[in-house]
Design a protein around this ligand. Structure first.
Ligand code: NAD
Length: 498
Protein backbone atom coordinates (compact mmCIF):
# COMPACT_ATOMS: atom_id res chain seq x y z
CA UNK A 1 0.00 0.00 0.00
CA UNK A 2 1.30 3.41 -0.98
CA UNK A 3 1.86 5.72 2.02
CA UNK A 4 -0.54 8.69 1.97
CA UNK A 5 0.81 11.86 3.58
CA UNK A 6 -1.66 13.49 5.98
CA UNK A 7 -2.32 17.08 6.98
CA UNK A 8 -2.13 18.13 10.63
CA UNK A 9 -5.05 20.32 11.65
CA UNK A 10 -6.19 21.27 15.15
CA UNK A 11 -3.95 18.70 16.84
CA UNK A 12 -4.97 15.79 14.62
CA UNK A 13 -3.55 14.12 11.55
CA UNK A 14 -6.23 14.10 8.86
CA UNK A 15 -6.35 12.70 5.35
CA UNK A 16 -7.09 15.32 2.72
CA UNK A 17 -10.19 14.73 0.65
CA UNK A 18 -9.32 17.19 -2.10
CA UNK A 19 -8.91 14.49 -4.75
CA UNK A 20 -5.90 16.23 -6.29
CA UNK A 21 -2.55 14.65 -5.55
CA UNK A 22 1.18 14.66 -6.23
CA UNK A 23 3.75 11.88 -5.99
CA UNK A 24 6.72 11.77 -3.64
CA UNK A 25 9.80 9.94 -4.94
CA UNK A 26 12.98 8.51 -3.53
CA UNK A 27 15.49 10.34 -5.75
CA UNK A 28 18.17 7.73 -5.06
CA UNK A 29 16.14 5.04 -6.84
CA UNK A 30 13.46 6.92 -8.74
CA UNK A 31 10.72 4.92 -6.99
CA UNK A 32 7.50 6.55 -5.86
CA UNK A 33 7.31 6.20 -2.08
CA UNK A 34 4.25 8.23 -1.10
CA UNK A 35 1.22 10.03 -2.35
CA UNK A 36 0.69 13.63 -1.35
CA UNK A 37 -2.82 15.07 -1.43
CA UNK A 38 -2.89 18.68 -2.58
CA UNK A 39 -5.20 20.38 -0.12
CA UNK A 40 -8.19 22.39 -1.29
CA UNK A 41 -9.46 25.75 -0.01
CA UNK A 42 -11.87 24.25 2.52
CA UNK A 43 -9.09 22.28 4.17
CA UNK A 44 -6.88 25.35 4.37
CA UNK A 45 -9.82 27.21 5.90
CA UNK A 46 -10.16 24.47 8.54
CA UNK A 47 -6.48 24.83 9.44
CA UNK A 48 -6.79 28.62 9.65
CA UNK A 49 -9.91 28.30 11.82
CA UNK A 50 -8.10 25.89 14.17
CA UNK A 51 -5.14 28.27 14.40
CA UNK A 52 -7.43 31.25 14.98
CA UNK A 53 -9.31 29.44 17.76
CA UNK A 54 -6.08 28.45 19.51
CA UNK A 55 -4.35 31.83 19.28
CA UNK A 56 -5.94 33.94 22.06
CA UNK A 57 -5.15 31.44 24.81
CA UNK A 58 -1.71 30.62 23.43
CA UNK A 59 -0.90 34.29 22.97
CA UNK A 60 -1.87 34.90 26.62
CA UNK A 61 0.15 31.96 27.92
CA UNK A 62 3.11 33.38 29.84
CA UNK A 63 6.20 33.39 27.62
CA UNK A 64 8.15 31.18 30.03
CA UNK A 65 5.47 28.50 29.65
CA UNK A 66 5.64 28.76 25.88
CA UNK A 67 9.43 28.45 26.26
CA UNK A 68 9.00 25.25 28.27
CA UNK A 69 7.29 23.65 25.25
CA UNK A 70 10.32 24.68 23.17
CA UNK A 71 12.75 23.18 25.70
CA UNK A 72 10.89 19.88 25.56
CA UNK A 73 10.67 20.08 21.74
CA UNK A 74 14.44 20.59 21.55
CA UNK A 75 15.00 17.53 23.75
CA UNK A 76 12.77 15.39 21.50
CA UNK A 77 14.42 16.72 18.34
CA UNK A 78 17.85 15.80 19.74
CA UNK A 79 16.59 12.30 20.53
CA UNK A 80 15.03 11.85 17.07
CA UNK A 81 17.65 13.68 15.00
CA UNK A 82 18.70 10.53 13.16
CA UNK A 83 15.05 9.61 12.41
CA UNK A 84 14.46 13.07 10.97
CA UNK A 85 17.66 12.81 8.93
CA UNK A 86 16.53 9.49 7.46
CA UNK A 87 13.18 11.00 6.42
CA UNK A 88 14.98 13.93 4.81
CA UNK A 89 17.44 11.74 2.89
CA UNK A 90 14.77 9.32 1.69
CA UNK A 91 12.77 12.08 -0.01
CA UNK A 92 15.44 14.70 -0.73
CA UNK A 93 18.42 12.48 -1.53
CA UNK A 94 21.11 14.25 0.52
CA UNK A 95 23.63 12.16 2.45
CA UNK A 96 22.76 11.11 6.00
CA UNK A 97 25.45 13.30 7.62
CA UNK A 98 24.36 16.30 5.59
CA UNK A 99 20.75 15.70 6.65
CA UNK A 100 21.87 15.44 10.29
CA UNK A 101 23.67 18.76 9.88
CA UNK A 102 20.44 20.30 8.62
CA UNK A 103 18.51 18.96 11.62
CA UNK A 104 21.07 20.41 14.04
CA UNK A 105 20.94 23.82 12.37
CA UNK A 106 17.13 23.66 12.77
CA UNK A 107 17.47 22.72 16.44
CA UNK A 108 19.61 25.84 16.96
CA UNK A 109 16.54 27.92 16.06
CA UNK A 110 14.46 26.03 18.63
CA UNK A 111 17.17 26.73 21.23
CA UNK A 112 16.95 30.41 20.37
CA UNK A 113 13.17 30.31 20.84
CA UNK A 114 13.72 28.85 24.34
CA UNK A 115 14.95 32.33 25.32
CA UNK A 116 11.69 34.02 24.34
CA UNK A 117 10.90 35.55 27.77
CA UNK A 118 14.15 37.51 27.52
CA UNK A 119 13.65 38.29 23.82
CA UNK A 120 10.17 39.72 24.34
CA UNK A 121 11.18 41.93 27.25
CA UNK A 122 10.11 45.46 26.53
CA UNK A 123 11.44 48.90 27.43
CA UNK A 124 10.19 51.07 30.28
CA UNK A 125 10.70 54.76 30.92
CA UNK A 126 9.59 56.16 34.23
CA UNK A 127 8.58 59.79 34.66
CA UNK A 128 8.41 60.76 31.00
CA UNK A 129 6.16 63.52 32.45
CA UNK A 130 4.76 64.22 35.89
CA UNK A 131 3.55 60.81 37.16
CA UNK A 132 3.65 59.55 33.61
CA UNK A 133 5.40 56.34 32.54
CA UNK A 134 5.84 54.79 29.09
CA UNK A 135 6.48 51.18 28.23
CA UNK A 136 6.84 49.40 24.91
CA UNK A 137 6.50 45.72 24.28
CA UNK A 138 6.10 43.38 21.36
CA UNK A 139 2.85 41.48 20.89
CA UNK A 140 2.05 38.55 18.59
CA UNK A 141 0.39 39.15 15.22
CA UNK A 142 -2.19 36.33 15.43
CA UNK A 143 -2.25 33.58 12.81
CA UNK A 144 0.82 33.48 10.56
CA UNK A 145 1.91 31.10 7.80
CA UNK A 146 5.10 29.69 6.30
CA UNK A 147 5.73 28.30 2.81
CA UNK A 148 8.94 26.32 2.44
CA UNK A 149 11.22 24.88 -0.30
CA UNK A 150 12.38 21.31 -0.87
CA UNK A 151 16.05 21.73 -0.12
CA UNK A 152 15.90 21.93 3.70
CA UNK A 153 12.60 20.26 4.61
CA UNK A 154 13.31 20.24 8.37
CA UNK A 155 15.53 23.28 8.88
CA UNK A 156 13.76 25.97 6.85
CA UNK A 157 10.37 25.39 8.58
CA UNK A 158 12.32 25.68 11.86
CA UNK A 159 13.66 29.06 10.73
CA UNK A 160 10.01 30.08 11.04
CA UNK A 161 7.60 28.33 13.37
CA UNK A 162 9.62 27.97 16.62
CA UNK A 163 10.11 31.76 16.77
CA UNK A 164 6.58 32.53 15.56
CA UNK A 165 4.98 30.21 18.08
CA UNK A 166 7.25 31.22 20.96
CA UNK A 167 6.17 34.83 20.27
CA UNK A 168 2.54 33.77 20.86
CA UNK A 169 1.31 33.35 17.28
CA UNK A 170 -0.28 30.24 15.85
CA UNK A 171 1.07 28.88 12.60
CA UNK A 172 0.11 27.21 9.32
CA UNK A 173 3.00 25.48 7.55
CA UNK A 174 2.79 24.62 3.85
CA UNK A 175 5.88 22.47 3.21
CA UNK A 176 7.38 21.54 -0.15
CA UNK A 177 5.49 18.86 -2.09
CA UNK A 178 8.77 17.01 -2.75
CA UNK A 179 9.74 16.01 0.80
CA UNK A 180 6.82 16.37 3.22
CA UNK A 181 7.67 13.65 5.79
CA UNK A 182 10.32 15.39 7.91
CA UNK A 183 8.04 18.36 8.73
CA UNK A 184 5.32 15.86 9.71
CA UNK A 185 7.65 14.02 12.08
CA UNK A 186 8.70 17.35 13.60
CA UNK A 187 4.99 18.19 14.06
CA UNK A 188 4.50 14.90 15.97
CA UNK A 189 7.42 15.81 18.23
CA UNK A 190 6.09 19.31 18.90
CA UNK A 191 2.73 17.83 19.88
CA UNK A 192 4.51 15.34 22.17
CA UNK A 193 6.31 18.31 23.72
CA UNK A 194 2.95 19.62 24.94
CA UNK A 195 2.13 22.19 22.27
CA UNK A 196 -1.64 22.81 22.40
CA UNK A 197 -3.85 21.71 19.50
CA UNK A 198 -4.12 24.19 16.66
CA UNK A 199 -0.92 26.09 17.51
CA UNK A 200 1.00 24.47 14.63
CA UNK A 201 -0.94 23.14 11.65
CA UNK A 202 0.57 21.57 8.55
CA UNK A 203 -1.26 21.58 5.21
CA UNK A 204 0.22 20.11 2.07
CA UNK A 205 -0.49 21.55 -1.32
CA UNK A 206 0.67 23.54 -4.30
CA UNK A 207 -0.08 26.97 -5.79
CA UNK A 208 -3.78 26.66 -4.91
CA UNK A 209 -3.00 26.24 -1.20
CA UNK A 210 -0.40 29.04 -1.29
CA UNK A 211 -2.80 31.46 -3.01
CA UNK A 212 -5.47 30.65 -0.45
CA UNK A 213 -3.09 31.49 2.39
CA UNK A 214 -1.94 34.69 0.63
CA UNK A 215 -5.49 35.97 0.20
CA UNK A 216 -7.03 34.87 3.50
CA UNK A 217 -7.81 37.84 5.77
CA UNK A 218 -7.12 35.87 8.97
CA UNK A 219 -3.47 35.30 8.05
CA UNK A 220 -1.49 38.28 9.30
CA UNK A 221 1.99 37.45 8.03
CA UNK A 222 3.68 35.15 5.54
CA UNK A 223 7.22 33.81 5.63
CA UNK A 224 8.33 32.35 2.32
CA UNK A 225 11.54 30.65 1.25
CA UNK A 226 11.95 29.38 -2.31
CA UNK A 227 12.91 30.51 -5.80
CA UNK A 228 13.01 34.20 -6.75
CA UNK A 229 10.07 34.33 -9.19
CA UNK A 230 7.77 32.72 -6.61
CA UNK A 231 9.23 34.81 -3.77
CA UNK A 232 8.46 37.99 -5.71
CA UNK A 233 4.96 36.77 -6.52
CA UNK A 234 4.27 35.82 -2.88
CA UNK A 235 5.59 39.19 -1.69
CA UNK A 236 3.45 41.15 -4.14
CA UNK A 237 0.25 39.19 -3.64
CA UNK A 238 0.66 38.93 0.14
CA UNK A 239 1.43 42.61 0.70
CA UNK A 240 -1.44 43.58 -1.62
CA UNK A 241 -3.70 41.63 0.73
CA UNK A 242 -2.36 43.74 3.61
CA UNK A 243 -0.03 41.17 5.13
CA UNK A 244 3.47 41.45 6.46
CA UNK A 245 5.65 39.36 4.12
CA UNK A 246 9.25 38.20 4.18
CA UNK A 247 10.07 36.26 1.00
CA UNK A 248 13.53 34.79 0.57
CA UNK A 249 14.51 33.85 -2.96
CA UNK A 250 17.25 32.28 -5.03
CA UNK A 251 20.95 32.91 -5.26
CA UNK A 252 24.15 32.87 -7.25
CA UNK A 253 26.91 32.88 -4.67
CA UNK A 254 30.44 33.84 -5.70
CA UNK A 255 33.67 32.96 -3.96
CA UNK A 256 36.61 35.26 -4.71
CA UNK A 257 40.05 33.69 -4.49
CA UNK A 258 42.87 36.23 -4.19
CA UNK A 259 46.40 35.32 -5.37
CA UNK A 260 47.66 35.10 -1.77
CA UNK A 261 45.05 32.52 -0.67
CA UNK A 262 45.96 28.99 0.35
CA UNK A 263 44.77 27.38 -2.88
CA UNK A 264 44.43 23.85 -1.51
CA UNK A 265 42.23 25.17 1.24
CA UNK A 266 40.23 27.23 -1.27
CA UNK A 267 39.78 24.22 -3.58
CA UNK A 268 38.57 22.04 -0.70
CA UNK A 269 36.19 24.81 0.41
CA UNK A 270 34.83 25.05 -3.14
CA UNK A 271 34.24 21.31 -3.29
CA UNK A 272 32.15 21.27 -0.11
CA UNK A 273 30.32 24.51 -0.87
CA UNK A 274 29.74 23.77 -4.57
CA UNK A 275 28.92 20.10 -4.52
CA UNK A 276 27.66 19.35 -0.98
CA UNK A 277 23.95 18.46 -1.13
CA UNK A 278 24.45 18.20 -4.93
CA UNK A 279 24.59 22.00 -5.09
CA UNK A 280 20.98 22.29 -3.93
CA UNK A 281 21.63 24.88 -1.23
CA UNK A 282 20.70 28.53 -1.45
CA UNK A 283 24.11 29.26 0.07
CA UNK A 284 26.00 26.90 -2.27
CA UNK A 285 28.93 28.50 -4.06
CA UNK A 286 28.17 28.22 -7.77
CA UNK A 287 30.73 30.71 -9.07
CA UNK A 288 34.45 30.72 -8.26
CA UNK A 289 36.24 33.98 -9.09
CA UNK A 290 40.01 33.53 -9.07
CA UNK A 291 41.86 36.83 -9.40
CA UNK A 292 44.63 36.72 -12.01
CA UNK A 293 45.40 34.09 -14.67
CA UNK A 294 48.01 32.35 -12.52
CA UNK A 295 45.57 31.92 -9.64
CA UNK A 296 42.92 30.65 -12.05
CA UNK A 297 45.22 28.07 -13.68
CA UNK A 298 46.42 26.82 -10.30
CA UNK A 299 42.86 26.60 -8.99
CA UNK A 300 41.60 24.64 -12.02
CA UNK A 301 44.56 22.28 -11.65
CA UNK A 302 43.43 21.55 -8.09
CA UNK A 303 39.69 21.42 -8.79
CA UNK A 304 39.73 19.11 -11.82
CA UNK A 305 40.88 15.91 -10.02
CA UNK A 306 38.71 16.68 -7.03
CA UNK A 307 35.57 17.06 -9.17
CA UNK A 308 36.43 13.98 -11.24
CA UNK A 309 36.73 11.85 -8.12
CA UNK A 310 33.62 13.11 -6.29
CA UNK A 311 31.94 10.17 -4.52
CA UNK A 312 28.31 10.08 -5.53
CA UNK A 313 25.83 7.68 -4.00
CA UNK A 314 22.58 7.14 -2.14
CA UNK A 315 22.29 8.40 1.45
CA UNK A 316 22.79 4.85 2.73
CA UNK A 317 26.35 4.90 1.32
CA UNK A 318 28.45 6.26 4.17
CA UNK A 319 31.27 7.23 1.81
CA UNK A 320 29.09 9.29 -0.54
CA UNK A 321 29.97 12.99 -0.66
CA UNK A 322 26.80 13.92 -2.50
CA UNK A 323 23.58 12.23 -3.53
CA UNK A 324 21.15 12.57 -6.41
CA UNK A 325 19.18 15.74 -7.19
CA UNK A 326 15.59 15.96 -6.09
CA UNK A 327 13.48 15.03 -9.13
CA UNK A 328 13.92 13.79 -12.70
CA UNK A 329 12.59 17.14 -13.90
CA UNK A 330 15.23 19.02 -11.92
CA UNK A 331 17.94 16.66 -13.22
CA UNK A 332 16.85 17.40 -16.80
CA UNK A 333 16.88 21.13 -16.11
CA UNK A 334 20.45 20.93 -14.78
CA UNK A 335 21.57 18.86 -17.79
CA UNK A 336 19.96 21.50 -20.03
CA UNK A 337 22.08 24.19 -18.34
CA UNK A 338 25.25 22.17 -18.96
CA UNK A 339 24.32 21.88 -22.67
CA UNK A 340 23.68 25.62 -22.74
CA UNK A 341 27.05 26.38 -21.14
CA UNK A 342 28.83 24.38 -23.86
CA UNK A 343 26.70 26.02 -26.55
CA UNK A 344 27.52 29.52 -25.29
CA UNK A 345 31.26 28.82 -25.33
CA UNK A 346 32.24 28.01 -21.73
CA UNK A 347 35.06 25.49 -21.37
CA UNK A 348 33.72 22.22 -19.92
CA UNK A 349 36.54 20.89 -17.75
CA UNK A 350 34.60 18.06 -16.08
CA UNK A 351 31.37 16.84 -17.68
CA UNK A 352 28.77 15.39 -15.27
CA UNK A 353 26.30 14.45 -18.00
CA UNK A 354 25.71 10.77 -18.56
CA UNK A 355 26.59 9.79 -15.00
CA UNK A 356 24.89 6.58 -13.83
CA UNK A 357 25.28 4.63 -10.64
CA UNK A 358 25.34 0.86 -10.82
CA UNK A 359 22.32 -0.63 -9.05
CA UNK A 360 20.61 2.80 -8.96
CA UNK A 361 19.99 3.37 -12.65
CA UNK A 362 16.55 4.88 -11.96
CA UNK A 363 17.97 7.52 -9.58
CA UNK A 364 18.30 11.20 -10.45
CA UNK A 365 22.08 11.56 -10.48
CA UNK A 366 24.15 14.26 -12.11
CA UNK A 367 27.93 13.99 -11.99
CA UNK A 368 30.05 16.83 -10.64
CA UNK A 369 30.53 19.43 -13.40
CA UNK A 370 33.20 22.10 -13.72
CA UNK A 371 33.20 24.95 -16.23
CA UNK A 372 36.12 27.31 -16.83
CA UNK A 373 36.15 30.65 -18.70
CA UNK A 374 32.52 31.39 -17.97
CA UNK A 375 31.61 35.03 -18.66
CA UNK A 376 28.92 37.26 -17.10
CA UNK A 377 26.90 37.26 -20.37
CA UNK A 378 26.32 33.48 -20.28
CA UNK A 379 23.07 31.93 -19.11
CA UNK A 380 24.90 29.58 -16.73
CA UNK A 381 26.34 32.65 -15.00
CA UNK A 382 23.16 34.69 -14.86
CA UNK A 383 20.70 32.02 -13.72
CA UNK A 384 20.57 29.84 -10.63
CA UNK A 385 21.25 26.23 -11.68
CA UNK A 386 20.80 24.66 -8.22
CA UNK A 387 22.83 21.57 -9.06
CA UNK A 388 26.39 20.19 -8.90
CA UNK A 389 27.77 22.63 -11.45
CA UNK A 390 30.62 25.00 -10.56
CA UNK A 391 31.51 27.85 -12.91
CA UNK A 392 34.90 29.54 -12.85
CA UNK A 393 34.85 33.18 -13.97
CA UNK A 394 38.34 34.62 -14.25
CA UNK A 395 38.79 38.19 -12.96
CA UNK A 396 41.76 40.28 -14.00
CA UNK A 397 41.88 42.11 -10.67
CA UNK A 398 40.15 42.47 -7.32
CA UNK A 399 38.01 45.45 -8.37
CA UNK A 400 36.60 43.54 -11.32
CA UNK A 401 35.66 40.66 -9.00
CA UNK A 402 33.83 43.01 -6.64
CA UNK A 403 32.06 44.79 -9.49
CA UNK A 404 30.89 41.49 -11.00
CA UNK A 405 29.30 40.41 -7.72
CA UNK A 406 27.70 43.80 -7.14
CA UNK A 407 26.25 43.76 -10.67
CA UNK A 408 24.58 40.35 -10.21
CA UNK A 409 20.83 40.37 -9.59
CA UNK A 410 21.16 38.04 -6.58
CA UNK A 411 22.85 38.93 -3.31
CA UNK A 412 22.41 36.03 -0.92
CA UNK A 413 25.87 34.85 0.14
CA UNK A 414 29.48 35.36 -0.91
CA UNK A 415 32.98 34.57 0.32
CA UNK A 416 36.53 35.75 -0.09
CA UNK A 417 39.60 33.57 0.41
CA UNK A 418 42.75 35.53 1.23
CA UNK A 419 45.44 36.06 3.86
CA UNK A 420 45.14 39.84 3.44
CA UNK A 421 43.05 41.34 6.26
CA UNK A 422 42.80 44.72 4.57
CA UNK A 423 41.37 43.22 1.36
CA UNK A 424 38.95 41.07 3.36
CA UNK A 425 37.75 44.07 5.32
CA UNK A 426 37.27 46.13 2.17
CA UNK A 427 35.35 43.24 0.60
CA UNK A 428 33.03 42.88 3.61
CA UNK A 429 32.38 46.63 3.49
CA UNK A 430 31.71 47.11 -0.20
CA UNK A 431 30.06 43.91 -1.32
CA UNK A 432 26.32 44.15 -2.01
CA UNK A 433 25.42 40.81 -0.54
CA UNK A 434 23.60 39.99 2.71
CA UNK A 435 25.88 37.26 4.10
CA UNK A 436 29.65 37.38 3.71
CA UNK A 437 32.31 34.80 4.58
CA UNK A 438 35.99 35.54 5.04
CA UNK A 439 37.75 32.22 4.47
CA UNK A 440 34.35 30.69 5.32
CA UNK A 441 32.66 29.35 2.18
CA UNK A 442 29.08 29.00 3.46
CA UNK A 443 28.51 31.82 5.95
CA UNK A 444 25.04 30.80 7.18
CA UNK A 445 24.53 32.90 10.32
CA UNK A 446 24.03 31.14 13.64
CA UNK A 447 20.53 31.20 15.14
CA UNK A 448 21.15 34.27 17.31
CA UNK A 449 22.03 36.37 14.27
CA UNK A 450 19.61 36.51 11.32
CA UNK A 451 19.65 35.11 7.79
CA UNK A 452 18.87 37.12 4.71
CA UNK A 453 20.18 38.14 1.32
CA UNK A 454 20.07 41.45 -0.54
CA UNK A 455 18.72 42.47 -3.93
CA UNK A 456 16.50 39.81 -5.57
CA UNK A 457 17.40 37.23 -2.93
CA UNK A 458 14.99 38.74 -0.38
CA UNK A 459 11.74 40.64 -0.74
CA UNK A 460 10.58 42.44 2.39
CA UNK A 461 12.14 44.32 5.25
CA UNK A 462 13.10 41.54 7.63
CA UNK A 463 15.65 38.78 7.43
CA UNK A 464 14.61 35.45 8.87
CA UNK A 465 15.16 33.87 12.34
CA UNK A 466 17.18 35.35 15.21
CA UNK A 467 16.33 38.88 16.39
CA UNK A 468 14.86 39.79 12.97
CA UNK A 469 12.52 36.79 13.24
CA UNK A 470 11.21 37.96 16.62
CA UNK A 471 10.59 41.42 15.16
CA UNK A 472 8.87 39.99 12.10
CA UNK A 473 6.45 37.88 14.16
CA UNK A 474 5.53 40.64 16.65
CA UNK A 475 4.31 44.21 16.55
CA UNK A 476 5.33 46.98 18.82
CA UNK A 477 2.91 48.51 21.27
CA UNK A 478 3.81 51.57 23.30
CA UNK A 479 1.68 52.46 26.28
CA UNK A 480 1.78 55.77 28.08
CA UNK A 481 0.20 55.80 31.54
CA UNK A 482 -0.64 58.59 33.95
CA UNK A 483 -1.40 57.89 37.63
CA UNK A 484 -3.12 59.07 39.71
CA UNK A 485 -3.83 62.83 39.38
CA UNK A 486 -4.06 63.13 35.60
CA UNK A 487 -7.46 64.06 34.23
CA UNK A 488 -9.14 64.34 37.62
CA UNK A 489 -8.72 68.11 37.32
CA UNK A 490 -10.71 68.22 34.08
CA UNK A 491 -10.36 67.78 30.33
CA UNK A 492 -7.27 69.14 28.57
CA UNK A 493 -7.88 70.61 25.07
CA UNK A 494 -4.36 71.56 24.05
CA UNK A 495 -2.13 69.06 22.22
CA UNK A 496 -0.33 66.98 24.87
CA UNK A 497 3.29 68.04 25.39
CA UNK A 498 4.98 65.89 27.97
P1 NAD B 1 9.97 26.80 -5.29
O1 NAD B 1 9.94 28.27 -5.41
O2 NAD B 1 9.66 25.98 -6.47
O3 NAD B 1 8.94 26.32 -4.15
C1 NAD B 1 8.92 26.90 -2.87
C2 NAD B 1 7.51 26.82 -2.30
O4 NAD B 1 6.64 27.58 -3.14
C3 NAD B 1 6.94 25.40 -2.26
O5 NAD B 1 6.28 25.21 -1.03
C4 NAD B 1 5.98 25.36 -3.44
O6 NAD B 1 4.88 24.52 -3.21
C5 NAD B 1 5.52 26.80 -3.57
N1 NAD B 1 5.22 27.17 -4.96
C6 NAD B 1 5.81 26.68 -6.08
N2 NAD B 1 5.28 27.25 -7.18
C7 NAD B 1 4.34 28.13 -6.75
C8 NAD B 1 3.46 29.04 -7.42
N3 NAD B 1 3.45 29.15 -8.75
N4 NAD B 1 2.63 29.79 -6.68
C9 NAD B 1 2.64 29.69 -5.33
N5 NAD B 1 3.46 28.84 -4.65
C10 NAD B 1 4.30 28.08 -5.34
O7 NAD B 1 11.41 26.43 -4.69
P2 NAD B 1 12.06 24.98 -4.50
O8 NAD B 1 12.43 24.44 -5.83
O9 NAD B 1 11.25 24.16 -3.58
O10 NAD B 1 13.38 25.40 -3.70
C11 NAD B 1 14.57 25.80 -4.33
C12 NAD B 1 14.69 27.31 -4.38
O11 NAD B 1 14.61 27.86 -3.06
C13 NAD B 1 16.02 27.78 -4.92
O12 NAD B 1 15.79 28.88 -5.77
C14 NAD B 1 16.79 28.22 -3.68
O13 NAD B 1 17.79 29.19 -3.89
C15 NAD B 1 15.68 28.76 -2.85
N6 NAD B 1 16.04 28.79 -1.44
C16 NAD B 1 16.33 30.01 -0.89
C17 NAD B 1 16.70 30.09 0.42
C18 NAD B 1 17.02 31.40 1.05
O14 NAD B 1 17.16 31.44 2.24
N7 NAD B 1 17.14 32.49 0.30
C19 NAD B 1 16.77 28.92 1.21
C20 NAD B 1 16.46 27.70 0.62
C21 NAD B 1 16.08 27.66 -0.72
Amino acid sequence: MMQVIENAIGGKRVVSTSGRKASVYNPATGEQIAELPLSAGGEIDAAIAAAKAAQPEWGNTPPHKRARVMFKFKELLDRHAADLAREISREHGKTHDDALGEVHRGIECVEYACGIPELLKGAFSRNVGPAIDTYSDRQPLGVVAGITPFNFPAMVPMWMYPAAIACGNTFILKPSERDPSAPMLAWDLLMEAGCPDGVLNVVHGDKEAVDHLLDHPDIKAISFVGSTPIAEYVYQRGTRAGKRVQALGGAKNHMVILPDADLDQAADALMGAGFGSAGERCMAISVAVPVGEKTADALIERLRPRVESLKIGPSTDKDAEMGPVVTSMHRDKILGYIDKGVEEGAELVVDGRGFTLQGYEGGYYVGGTLFDRVTPEMTIYKEEIFGPVLSVVRASDYSQAVQMINDHEFGNGTAIFTRDGDAARDFADRIEVGMVGVNVPIPVPVAYHSFGGWKRSLFGDHSIYGPEGVHFYTRLKTVTTRWPAGIKSGAQFTFPTL
